[in-house]
Ligand binder design. Structure first.
Ligand SMILES: *Cc1c(COP(=O)(O)O)cnc(C)c1O
Length: 388
């Protein structure tokens, strides 16, 4: 019996139990405790953050971090939030929690990430129609950062229109763009420690705040907004979003292995490239002036002049992999194509939606850091046979 190959399974380091034991011996079973502060310090180090400036707040999910970032950016009912079209819905769902309208900007064909020209169009159009874009959620997709020249344009547009730049770096912990770690490039940074990410706390997230005062507001909102008083006094509505201390202990065991996990995921990408050479397959573009964390290896299948189409090739490969007990996934279905966002404004590439094309022809291959060269042989054997 061969074993099922998963897309991006968690990878234990072997130190998790010791770290948990240490946290529990300090008798901080719950809720907050010293381990949480240590975890935040570890994350700050990875993001090269000077605690005198930005501040990391550990939360129970990346989605919670986006929700709090939007609140702190002043997003409310009637406002608009502009988001990458090609992403996981967690990037934008919290805008809906707040009664704001979602708007989407297409991917750039050379990066798969937010196209600055579409962002410019969205701002121009919003101004014409009297809509206020309060925040831009810029996603770094599949481990590949938005290149620094694109970040610079998006940042300038946000500054010009007084919108907050929220970086969704849930998929790019450890990656850098122009030498700056993702998550530390925007006004707010969002991280995720969910089970399929490059390192995990089992579940969890973090919000990178622009200053100590904003971090204190984030902390307050994450813990039910208790005013300073001996009794429970509330002058705002809060949430229960803080990361549990015990999960921070798991994260503390995982984080020191981040560099190693990045190298392992890059090796997986390289093995795929060697073995799939010569096939009608393109790999996810690698950004210029940026260092990825190689989270997932994603590919697209070429259209041919006759049949089969890239979509048909993708489906043939996806189903052959499923039959061989190998997990793969189509790329994200663009947000503007999601039933729940029918009618939302979307600024798409004039020659056709880049996101829709990637969704039709793209596939995420198993990319976990536990994958062996023999596992990759098994995957690529099935891919080759299916493209026969
Ligand atoms: C995983 C992910 C999130 C959300 O993180 P959770 O911790 O699962 O809430 C947000 N955005 C993107 C792009 C993600 O991949």
């Amino acid at each position: 019996m061969t074993q099922r190959i998963f897309l991006s399974p968690p990878h234990l380091t072997g130190n998790e139990l010791d770290s948990l034991r240490e946290a529990l011996e300090k008798r901080y079973l719950a809720p907050a405790g010293p381990t949480l502060a240590e975890f935040e310090a570890d994350v700050s180090n990875i993001l090269h953050i000077d605690p005198q400036t930005k501040r990391v707040v550990a939360l129970n999910s990346g989605t919670a971090a986006i929700h709090l970032a939007l609140i702190l950016a002043g997003v409310g009912p009637g406002d608009s939030v502009l988001c990458s079209d090609l992403t996981f819905i967690a990037s934008i769902a919290p805008a809906s929690y707040l009664g704001a309208s979602a708007m989407f900007a297409d991917a750039h064909p050379d990066t798969w990430n937010l196209d600055p020209e579409r962002v410019r169009e969205a701002f121009d159009s919003a101004r014409t129609h009297g809509r206020r874009i309060k925040a831009v959620v810029a996603v770094h997709l599949y481990g590949r950062p938005i290149p620094p020249d694109h970040i610079a344009i998006i940042r300038e547009l946000c500054r010009e229109h007084d919108a907050a730049l929220i970086e969704d770096a849930a998929e790019t912990l450890g990656a850098t763009s122009g030498g700056v770690p993702t998550g530390a490039l925007g006004d707010f940074g969002v991280l995720s420690f969910n089970g399929n990410k490059i390192v995990t706390c089992s579940g969890g997230g973090a919000l990178v705040c622009p200053d100590e005062e904003t971090a204190q507001r984030a902390l307050s909102l994450a813990t039910m907004a208790k005013d300073p008083a001996p009794h429970y006094e509330h002058s705002a509505i809060g949430y229960s979003y803080r990361m549990p201390n015990v999960l921070a202990a798991i994260g503390r065991a995982q984080l020191p292995h981040l560099e190693e996990r990045m190298a392992q995921r890059k090796a997986v990408r390289d093995w795929y490239m060697e073995r799939l050479a010569g096939l009608p397959i393109q790999f996810i573009p690698e950004p210029e002036d940026a260092a990825p964390n190689w989270w997932l290896t994603c590919v697209t299948f070429d259209n041919s002049d006759s049949s089969p189409t890239g979509h048909a090739r993708r489906e043939a490969v996806r189903m052959a992999l499923a039959a061989a007990d190998i997990e793969s996934r189509p790329l994200w279905k663009p947000m503007h194509m999601q039933p729940v966002f029918a009618g939302a404004q979307a600024y798409l590439n004039p020659t056709g939606s880049v996101g829709a094309d990637l969704f039709a022809r793209g596939l995420c291959l198993p990319s976990g850091s536990t994958l062996t060269e023999r596992d990759v042989d098994r995957v690529t054997g099935v891919v080759r046979a299916a493209l026969g």
